[in-house]
Design a protein around this ligand. Structure first.
Ligand code: ATP
Length: 595
């Protein structure tokens, strides 16, 4: 329990003004105190309604309470006590409402902060981490687990308030009759032992729920993104079965948890009911203390839900602890790979991007994707990266962007290590048009403006014209304001590629990287775009990856990669003369084209 509370407090640190928690606890405790006062006032009220004169039961507390209003004239006494009871009820109601508002505020704030911090962490952490974790798991942490962790916070506050209330009521009971309180305490101890067993079981189910939720999120993500594939292979029934299995697991576990936690109430009802009957029976035998006993029973009646709440919160906190841990682990930077930004401001590239003895593995046991690579990409020129599939071309680009850092060796911008530059400043000068076309579910205009968020309409149109996208965009139902749908489903592959090209153009980057940027285009579009790219490439550092070797003929410098190594480099003439890998591939493709 202590560990769970510590975890929740650690989760809140820095995300919530901690003063609000004592405030909420104080409001909760004061509302209980108001109720306690209200209930206690029933002793003199009953005594005076019965019309008894001065009371002497032998119990100092009860006699004090019963005779508390003796100084007030008899005809005003009942009205005064009623007014005080009403004031207590009113105070409690106001404090309860204030607490509800505070609960709502804390809930909304913590929920937002957790979600936002998880998202920030996912944006900051290296790609390695995202790749190692299943997207369903991360999505589940971002949505369900953050919400459940927030529920744990509310439950903890409620738990503390309930404990304080319990203490107030127990004091009241002790003052009325310590003997009966002792009997009640023993009964409650027995009940709490039983609920502890339930709490343990509930915690185990809670852990299973977290895992099952993550698996279900995985199925959702894969279902959404793979829907076309599912349809095309006719695997709807297979996917439905897999989804239903994951969904049934979650429902079944929630049901199990409901059944487990639901047992607490009936157990209480039975024990508390038996206790009440026993006390009432006792009261009937001692009419002198009737009013005090009635108040005792009433306090006990009000106490019961509080004890239930404490046990319920204990069980709930156990069940939610997995979610709290999940969110804490995700937010904890320890053990996660981060790409650390340097401090040097980035100005401009004057000479070259240089790779010096770069070796890179995506994961430790994997074979290297790049092995001892040394090469130079000259500034203001077009460099082509060619080579068979899996040779390491995209990996090289990933390292230039610093999506990953090399396992060994160093990349230099002119003579300074790339790591020493401010990451944001460096990335802001590069634009990538890759083979993975990503569209946001918004308008064509916003998709292009993503390249530079403050781009004007004229700049967007100019970029679209250069990317040969303007013609088809103005024919869309709402032109530039047409929504492209989820991941651009309303556009063809070639149209999406042209929009991503326009996005890169509007950025006006110093370094333009084209990774198979024209592979989804027909030959007319490709020709048009190639002309635009040739124009854009003037006085700009351009890196082109293309399988179609005809598209790299214009490059100033060609680097041929094979199995993570530089096989050869030079201009077209030199490589053809070399009669190496490039010449073989080139001849093979040209023969294919002629056929
Ligand atoms: P293609 O022309 O097919 O795009 P490429 O030359 O760009 O290929 P890379 O994508 O750089 O090749 O891949 C180089 C090697 O690294 C391959 O063996 C590939 O399996 C591996 N690889 C690529 N991305 C990852 C990744 N995210 N995690 C682990 N291994 C990877």
């Amino acid at each position: 329990m202590i560990r769970e509370i510590r975890n929740i407090v650690a989760l809140l640190r820095g995300r919530l003004n901690m003063w609000i928690i004592p405030l909420m606890i104080a409001a909760g405790v004061l509302s209980s105190l108001a109720e306690g006062v209200g209930i206690t006032l029933f002793i003199p009220l009953l005594q005076n309604v019965h019309g008894n004169a001065h009371i002497d039961t032998g119990s100092r507390v009860i006699d004090f309470l019963a005779n508390l209003f003796d100084a007030i004239p008899r005809e005003h006494r009942v009205v005064t006590i009623c007014a005080l009871i009403f004031a207590a009820i009113l105070t409690r109601a106001v404090l309860l409402y204030a607490n509800e508002i505070l609960y709502g505020w804390v809930g909304a704030r913590v929920n937002h902060r957790l979600r936002s911090d998880i998202f920030r962490q996912l944006c900051a952490v290296s790609f390695r981490f995202i790749e190692r974790n299943q997207s369903g798991e991360l999505l589940n942490a971002l949505s369900t687990e953050s919400w459940r962790a927030c529920e744990a916070v509310a439950m903890l506050i409620y738990f503390v308030i309930s404990i304080c209330t319990l203490m107030i009521y127990t004091t009241l009971l002790l003052l009325i009759s310590w003997k009966m309180t002792l009997v009640v305490a023993v009964a409650m101890f027995v009940i709490s032992r039983i609920t502890r067993v339930i709490a343990r079981r509930s915690k185990i189910i809670g852990e299973k729920i977290t895992r099952a939720n993550a698996a279900l999120s995985d199925r959702m993500v894969e279902g959404f993104y793979g829907m076309k594939l599912i349809h095309s292979f006719g695997h709807e029934a297979h996917e439905q079965r897999r989804f239903d299995y994951a969904s049934r697991e979650v429902s079944g576990l929630f049901f199990k948890q409901g059944v487990t936690q639901g047992a607490i109430n009936p157990i209480y009802e039975i024990c508390a009911g038996t206790l009440l009957v026993a006390i009432m029976f006792n009261a009937l035998h001692d009419p002198a203390q009737l009013s005090a006993l009635l108040v005792f029973i009433f306090v006990l009646y009000r106490l019961q839900p509080r004890i239930q709440a404490v046990d319920g919160a204990r069980t709930g906190l156990g069940a939610l602890s997995t979610s709290v841990n999940e969110v804490r682990t995700l937010l904890d930077p320890a053990g996660k790979p981060f790409v650390v930004s340097g401090n040097r401001p980035y100005g401009a590239l004057n000479n070259a991007i240089r790779f010096e003895n770069i070796t890179f593995r995506y994961d430790e046991p994997d074979k290297p994707a790049l092995r001892n690579v040394s090469l130079s990409i000259p500034a203001g020129k077009t460099t082509a990266l060619v080579g068979p599939s899996g040779a390491g071309k995209s990996t090289l680009i990933n390292l230039i962007f610093r999506f990953y850092d090399p396992s060994s060796g160093e990349i230099f911008l002119d003579d300074q290590p790339l790591r020493s530059f401010q990451l944001d400043a460096w990335r802001s000068r590069i634009a990538l048009v890759s083979q993975d076309v990503h569209m946001f579910n918004t308008t064509v205009r916003d998709n292009i403006a993503y390249g530079r968020l403050d781009a004007t309409h004229d700049e967007i149109v100019a970029a679209a014209k250069l990317a040969d996208a303007h013609e088809f965009i103005i024919q869309l139902p709402n032109g530039y304001d047409t929504a492209v749908g989820d991941r651009g489903v309303r556009l063809s592959g070639g149209q999406k590629q042209r929009i991503t090209l326009a996005r890169a153009i509007v950025r006006n980057p110093e370094i333009l990287i084209l990774d198979e940027a024209t592979n989804a285009l027909d030959s007319i579009s490709e020709h048009l775009i190639q002309e635009a790219l040739d124009m854009l490439s003037k006085d700009r550092t351009v890196i082109v990856i293309a399988h179609r070797l005809s598209t790299v003929e214009q490059a100033d410098h060609i680097i041929v990669l094979e199995e993570g190594r530089v096989a050869e480099e030079g201009d077209l003439d030199r490589l053809l003369k070399n009669e190496g890998l490039f010449a073989r591939l080139y001849k093979l493709q040209n023969r294919g084209a002629l056929v």
